[in-house]
Design a protein around this ligand. Structure first.
Ligand code: SF4
Length: 268
């Protein structure tokens, strides 16, 4: 799959002349192929080189990040095998019983033992396992400061921020724009907690994917010709309790999970 969220995003970048120079019958067909990862945007000779280049480098960055994620997961699994889970649980806000460490992930129980056997009602995909292992292995147990900052203000956040904006915040914003029950569902299904106004946002809600890595979602509704906006903030201790690459994966994974939930809800 490409870096685009849907084929219309690609279509908007095309001249829409249906000239067939790319080998497809229409610009829309070409857009669909680019979205599915079967063609590159630059294969339309009428897309300006700087635009094609911009999207092609994003594609490369993303696939490098995915490879890094999988490599990192193998490392995290071997670290888990050596861990004293009982000691670890005390440090990271987890519990320990029956040789399993248990975490509360957005209101749902997630348990794991040293052999990587997972016990949870959550959908146990790569994203959940990867981010949980990073938290269990890397969390330094630093108490929360209560000081919310955007990803770019975390010590290593600058390199990740632009992609994070596209892959996480933009997806969350679109979901919030199109799915009016989103924030209500975040409260009821994922134990989110609405809080008093932060940064003058219309809605400010805290999710707790991990005990020492909460996230603050702030949403500003559209008004008088101004688009809505959405930003995600972390406690300024977050990088010490998880690592920047895992924080990035966490935000992107949650955004994608909520996008799917919204789609299922609307029957699209
Ligand atoms: S070459 Fe470009 S403009 Fe022509 S049909 Fe393909 S996508 Fe459309």
């Amino acid at each position: 799959m490409s870096t685009f969220s849907n084929a219309m995003e690609v279509f908007r970048l095309l001249p829409k002349t249906n000239c067939r120079d790319c080998g497809d019958k229409t610009c829309l067909a070409f857009a669909g192929n680019v979205f599915l990862g079967q063609k590159q945007l630059g294969q339309c000779p009428h897309v300006p080189a700087d635009i094609a280049q911009k999207y092609s480098s994003q594609e490369k960055i993303r696939s490098i990040q995915e490879e890094d994620f999988m490599r990192n997961m193998e490392k995290m699994k071997s670290m888990l095998r050596e861990l004293d889970l009982e000691e670890r649980a005390k440090k990271i806000g987890a519990t320990y019983a029956d040789n399993k460490l248990s975490l509360n992930i957005m209101g749902k129980k997630f348990s794991i033992n040293n052999q990587e056997d997972v016990f949870t009602d959550l959908h146990a995909n790569h994203w959940l396992l990867g981010t949980s292992l990073s938290y269990i292995n890397l969390c330094q147990g630093v108490p929360l400061s209560g000081n919310w900052v955007p990803l770019r203000e975390l010590p290593s956040g600058k390199d990740w921020y632009r992609l994070f904006g596209q892959q996480c915040e933009l997806i969350l914003k679109k979901t919030a724009d199109n799915y009016s029950d989103l924030f209500e569902d975040l409260v009821h299904i994922f134990s989110g907690r609405q809080i008093a106004k932060q940064f003058d946002a219309d809605i400010a809600l805290i999710l707790s994917p991990f005990p020492l890595v909460p996230m603050l979602i702030c949403y500003w509704k559209p008004e008088e010709g101004m688009e809505s906006s959405l930003n995600l903030f972390f406690d300024d201790t977050a990088e010490r309790n998880m690592g920047i690459d895992a924080l990035y994966s966490l935000g992107v994974g949650i955004a994608k999970m909520l996008e799917v939930l919204a789609r299922q809800h609307s029957g699209r």
